[in-house]
Design a protein around this ligand. Structure first.
Ligand SMILES: Nc1ncnc2c1ncn2[C@@H]1O[C@H](COP(=O)(O)OP(=O)(O)OP(=O)(O)O)[C@@H](O)[C@H]1O
Ligand SMILES: [Mg+2]
Length: 254
């Protein structure tokens, strides 16, 4: 279970303070696939990056499992981060490393012996169906394959939580669905909690159970995905639902 209480974060910029998150309160059940949706600049990435403290919150608390993430010191945080995997829109792979070496990286950092690393990487490659690309470099892979490497790397240390920041936004629809299916399988197989940021309603509809809508740093709506589609409460959500409807019915005016 993830419990976020009173989370706020502002950035100092030359043009003044930008309030990226304002008093966010959120509860995510263990084993859930929880979607966070919002327009560009709403605060989605800032929120997800606060969960593993890639971004330091100004105030509020974050609890993941029985750990208070916001009160960990540097060493404890390094340890805790092993159990919080993250995947990104642009994959963030090391181009100079092979697929094997990319996935092995967090295991090396964790200090595992070579034979254990090999065993684990082979397991992960099987899970994401990339065994035949073991020695390829990222530049030799398709977008979907790169994201599979990203997912395998994120799962290397058996995390309890996977954070996904627009992980399918750079992929075509067919590849997106394949990656979503993989995430869903992993969620079921490993009982992994997934927090998934997206601006695509289609992604929400396909794999998320619960959703929070974020607008200008605030949560404006929260509940089941089903309810959100059936009964949107705010203008922003209605816009999202409407654009999704148009997409579904190929009704785009260009
Ligand atoms: N390092 C930073 N310094 C200054 N401002 C920032 C920084 N990071 C984010 N912001 C600002 O905080 C707000 C929220 O940004 P964030 O990246 O969280 O939005 P987002 O919802 O992820 O958007 P997108 O869908 O475009 O990725 C924006 O106004 C952004 O300009
Ligand atoms: Mg973002």
């Amino acid at each position: 279970m993830i419990i976020i209480k009173g989370l706020s974060k502002a950035f100092d910029t030359p043009d003044g303070k930008v309030y990226a998150l304002r008093n966010i309160n959120l509860q995510i059940e263990a084993g859930d696939i929880f979607g966070i949706i919002g327009f560009s600049g709403a605060g989605k990435s800032t929120l997800i990056r606060c969960l593993n403290r890639l971004e330091e919150p100004d105030s509020g608390s974050i609890q993941i499992g029985d750990q208070e993430i916001t009160s960990l010191d540097k060493r404890q945080l390094r340890e805790a981060r092993k159990h919080i995997g993250m995947i990104f829109q642009h994959f963030n792979l090391f181009d100079s490393k092979t697929v094997f070496e990319n996935i092995a990286f967090p295991l090396e950092v964790a200090g595992l012996p070579k034979y254990r690393i090999k065993e684990r990487v082979e397991q992960l490659l099987e899970l994401v169906e990339l065994t035949e690309k073991t020695n390829a470099h990222p530049s030799q892979l398709s977008g979907g394959q790169k994201q599979r490497v990203g997912i395998a790397r994120a799962l290397a240390n058996n995390p309890a939580v996977l954070l996904s920041d627009e992980a399918t936004s750079a992929l075509d629809p067919k590849t997106t669905y394949a990656i979503l299916e993989l995430l869903q399988n992993i969620n079921r197989k490993l009982n992994l909690t997934i927090v998934l940021i997206t601006h695509e309603m289609d992604v929400l509809r396909r794999i998320c159970n619960q959703v929070a809508v974020i607008e200008d740093g605030e949560i404006t709506e929260m509940g089941s995905v089903k309810d959100l589609f059936a009964n949107p409460q705010t203008d922003t959500t209605r816009l999202f639902v409407q654009s999704d409807y148009e997409l579904q019915h190929n009704n785009y005016v260009i």
